[in-house]
Design a binder for this molecule. Structure first.
Ligand code: FPP
Ligand code: MG
Length: 298
């Protein structure tokens, strides 16, 4: 049960015997706990599953604390981010504490689980580095984008699924693939939502990713479709505050070339593959989680 995971995280944090730190950690919003949900669905709620789910959620939370510093993000899940509340230095250190405590607890679980999870953390750190590096230049290499989002986002979801399969004595490869597909699709959809969902302040998409230099899948496909003078026009707008007319130009071109549909289709086909795998395995709960991801606020 998810509430057992919440309680376990609280216990892990309380065992540090640092009330001030525990108070700051309590300000981190829980989120959807996707990784923990998948694990419980795959492996049930025995103690080692709950422990590993709590560990993975702590690692995930630590990575977001660092990510918000890197991205200069002042909100997370609709509330003030930890860096906004306590400053960058504290956010980094609280992330370090969560992250190292998680690893301290991981050692006691299982050697194979520890390997899978620690490898995923290496991957997500490399993925984050690539995300930042790629945003410094106008990058429209689809393969590089897919690899980066796999490492940054899917690796930990994949590891959560695989770790649960190990603990449950199930086929590692099937659950690994399920987690990877879901993870890549999740990030693709997140990147599409940056373009299609209205920002609260503007009432229309703010195209934040593009302003930050992130050329996500729709921009990669758009670039392929544009005429050569338009390609230059798009490049010239990269990583800059956009004027109203520039924003409208980008949105019109995205719509003209139907690239949002193309990107959505790509995400959906990964989810479809995950659903089929779970249908074959008779995993109704996991099938339902994948189905739910498709209609995530579109
Ligand atoms: C969110 O991406 C970022 C990640 C999924 C990974 C972040 C990883 C690190 C900072 C490496 C450090 C790792 C540890 C364990 C301390 P995003 O910015 O595209 O998504 P967002 O919109 O949710 O911010
Ligand atoms: Mg971010």
């Amino acid at each position: 049960m998810l509430s057992s995971v919440e309680r376990r995280i609280e216990q892990f944090v309380a065992s540090l015997e640092e009330p001030e730190i525990a108070e700051s950690i309590a300000k981190i919003p829980a989120g959807k706990r996707l990784r923990a949900r998948l694990m419980i669905e795959i492996a049930g709620s025995g103690q080692s599953v709950i422990d590993t789910a709590a560990i993975i959620e702590m690692i995930h939370a630590a990575s977001l604390l660092h990510d918000d510093v890197i991205d200069d993000a002042f909100t997370r899940r609709g509330v003030a981010s930890i860096n906004a509340l306590y400053g960058n230095k504290s956010a980094i250190m609280i992330g370090d504490i969560l992250y190292s405590k998680a690893f301290y607890e991981l050692v006691d679980i299982d050697r194979f689980v520890a390997k899978v999870v620690s490898n995923a953390v290496v991957q997500l750190s490399i993925g984050e580095r690539k995300d930042v590096a790629m945003s410094e230049h106008f990058s429209v290499d689809r393969e590089a984008y897919i690899t980066m989002i796999y490492q940054k986002t899917a690796a930990l979801i994949e590891a959560a699924s695989e770790a649960a399969a190990i603990l449950a004595g199930k086929d590692r490869e099937i659950y690994r693939t399920y987690g990877r597909n879901l993870g890549i699709a999740f990030q693709m959809i997140d990147d599409i939502l940056d373009i299609v969902s209205d920002s609260q302040t503007l009432g229309k998409p703010a195209l934040n990713d593009f302003v930050e230099g992130k050329t996500t899948l729709p921009y990669i496909y758009l670039y392929q479709e544009l005429e050569s003078d338009e390609k230059e026009q798009l490049k010239a707008m990269h990583r800059r505050q956009l004027s109203k007319s520039e924003q409208e130009w980008i949105l019109a071109k995205l719509s003209e070339h139907k690239v949002i549909e193309r990107a959505k289709k790509e995400a959906f086909s990964l989810i479809e593959e995950a659903i089929e795998l779970m249908q074959k395995a008779g995993e109704k709960g996991l099938e339902a989680i994948a189905v739910k991801m498709v209609d995530r606020s579109f």
